[in-house]
Design a protein around this ligand. Structure first.
Ligand SMILES: *Cc1c(COP(=O)(O)O)cnc(C)c1O
Length: 232
């Protein structure tokens, strides 16, 4: 299976899920997660029409972005944990940062964004219970952080993101995503105009779309199994 064929298949699965769960057509954006995959793989996906790519490691994203600097419309989504000493490189490269979990990181991105670089779209990362990773904030921390991040002029707060632990079946996957949707709806009753739920990966995409995902992050189903990381 080529990357082009995989993208075609994912696009069809995505549209099927939109229809099945009464979501408007094209209301779910596909981010192709290219971590550990080669620049050539990204180029193949680009040639098949894919424009948004997700990366977890700052150095890897920056190096790929430099090689692909002359590809128009290419959109970099930073989806990994972000330390404050790396924010400058991200502010110079990323169009989206999905993993904001404290004000300091947001403030640094806001201050370090070059004038020539577009406003950075950001999501707050929520730690759903039972989650693998320790990253992300608890639900009761969301409103105050959202209020602070929304004040930063060079960032645009778009919504929420989560990486839940794997669940056994569709219904359990849905149950885990539901509170994230409810949290976004709550924020919008508080005066926010958030439009993004970044949730759903290769194995739980349909459940995420059923619960309102507007952006799914798909790696393996597009690029195949990830090669082992070189040296990080
Ligand atoms: C790796 C990764 C993905 C893609 O996962 P697949 O299971 O390969 O689709 C999505 N989101 C995040 C945050 C990731 O780190």
């Amino acid at each position: 299976m080529t990357i082009q064929a995989n993208l075609q298949t994912i696009g069809e699965r995505l549209h099927t899920a939109e229809q099945r769960f009464n979501r408007p057509l094209n209301s779910v954006q596909l981010v192709a997660v290219s971590k550990f995959h080669s620049v050539e793989s990204i180029q193949q996906a680009y040639q098949a029409g894919q424009r948004a790519f997700g990366e977890n490691y700052v150095q890897e994203m920056v190096e790929k972005a430099q090689v692909l600097a002359n590809y128009p419309d290419l959109e970099w989504h930073f989806i990994g944990p972000l330390q404050s000493n790396k924010t400058k490189l991200v502010a110079e490269t990323a169009h989206w940062v999905h993993t904001i979990d404290r004000l300091k990181i947001a403030e640094r991105l806001n201050a370090q964004k070059p004038v020539s670089h577009p406003v950075i779209n950001v999501c707050l990362q929520i730690n759903l219970s039972g989650e693998d990773s320790k990253s992300g904030i608890a639900f009761n921390e969301v409103l105050p952080l959202a209020q602070q991040v929304a004040q930063l002029p060079h960032l645009k707060l778009r919504g929420l993101m989560a990486i839940p632990a794997p669940e056994a079946n569709f219904e359990q996957q849905r149950a885990v995503f539901k509170p994230l949707r409810e949290c976004l709806e709550y924020l919008n009753t508080q005066g926010f105009k958030l439009d993004t739920l970044s949730m759903g990966m290769s194995d739980d995409m349909a459940a995420a779309i059923a619960e309102g995902a507007t952006l799914v992050r798909i790696g393996t189903a597009i690029f195949g199994q990830r090669p082992k990381p070189q040296s990080t």
